[in-house]
Ligand binder design. Structure first.
Ligand code: SPV
Ligand code: MG
Length: 326
């Protein structure tokens, strides 16, 4: 069970005392346990079953199913070009590949309160641990591109959060509200006010996003926030800040949102360039994962053993009944 951490007089915890039994915690309950004040739990950004499997095997306790990365993997832009059913299908391939809890990027909820709620429900049904929705208008644009980021009215976004909260079955399913106020060029006071309204509307945690090159905006937000809810961040532009600083600021979760996708992109691009230039694959053979490693991670041997057990099995007593029937 996760600890209840306190700062000042305000308790910060994601635990629900009436949740599922400890013997069988839901994905949401497990994610909650990782998102306590100052834990700075690292969530690796993933985009498909393979990246989810690798990140889990390498030791990440939780994953972020990034909208940018899933869109990129699907070959489209991070501006609501992928349908939400495509994304849910991809998330399902991740939850089948790992048992680590996955927080799913729900973008702006794909429309109104109803589509946001349907997305949250669908994510819960494919065993995601939670969803994060952001206070932009549909269609959203990736936070690092352009300057036309438009925020939704506070009441409209609070309604979306409430619909998601009431629409999922598991009380532990984690609902993260993300404010894009600072991305849209809004003031810190608005970011804080919006976050407080989202907490009141049922958000379990707040994702405060910044695209500054340093941690100053995030630090200011954390100082003024007062720990009404756990804070999650994605230090993409302020990546030079160390984990000690994040922990001291009380940050609950740190998402490395897109680095694994960008690493995969670089590897694929460079491999294509080399193979084309060299008209062969000998030059890259020792730089790429041997098939043996992939077979091992995907437990091919286990399948072979199971095949022996399951491919031809006579239930006990079958021979006697055979004698009677035939
Ligand atoms: C994502 O990973 O899709 C995010 C985080 O939403 S970011 O791209 O940093 O805005
Ligand atoms: Mg996103």
């Amino acid at each position: 069970m996760a600890s209840i951490l306190t700062r000042g007089k305000v308790e910060v915890s994601l635990n629900n005392s009436d949740s599922k039994s400890e013997a069988d915690p839901s994905p949401g309950a497990r994610l909650r346990g990782l998102l306590s004040y100052g834990a700075s739990t690292q969530l690796m950004g993933v985009h498909d079953g393979m990246s989810a499997r690798i990140a889990s095997a390498e030791g990440f306790a939780a994953l972020w199913a990034s909208g940018l990365c899933m869109s990129t993997a699907l070959g489209v832009r991070d501006s609501d070009e992928a349908t939400w059913n495509q994304l849910i299908s991809l998330v399902g391939s991740m939850t089948q590949a790992t048992s680590q809890p996955i927080l799913v990027d729900g973008d702006a909820g794909y429309g109104n309160f109803n589509t946001a709620r349907l997305f949250a429900r669908a994510a819960e049904r494919v065993d995601a641990a939670g969803v994060c929705i952001e206070d932009k208008v549909f269609p959203k644009m990736n936070s690092f591109f352009g300057n036309g980021h438009q925020l939704a009215p506070v009441g409209q976004f609070c309604g979306k959060l409430l619909a998601c909260r009431e629409g999922v079955a598991d009380a532990d399913f984690v609902l993260v509200a993300r404010t894009e106020t600072l991305i849209a060029g809004g003031p810190m006071t608005e970011a804080l006010d919006r976050a407080a309204a989202y907490a009141a509307a049922g958000a379990d945690a707040i994702f405060i996003h910044s695209r500054k090159q340093d941690v100053s905006e995030i630090a200011e937000f954390c100082r003024q926030w007062g720990n009404l809810r756990p804070i999650i961040i994605a230090p993409t532009t302020y990546h030079r800040t160390d984990m000690t600083t994040f922990r001291e600021l009380g940050i609950a979760g740190v998402m490395w949102a897109n680095q694994s996708m960008r690493a995969a992109y670089t590897a694929i691009r460079d491999t294509c360039r080399t193979v084309l230039a060299q008209e062969g694959v000998s030059g890259i053979e020792d730089q790429i994962a041997p098939l043996k490693e992939i077979f091992s991670l995907y437990e091919y041997e286990g399948l072979e053993q199971e095949e022996e057990k399951y491919s031809d099995w006579d239930p006990p007593g079958i021979s006697e009944r055979k004698a009677v029937v035939w």
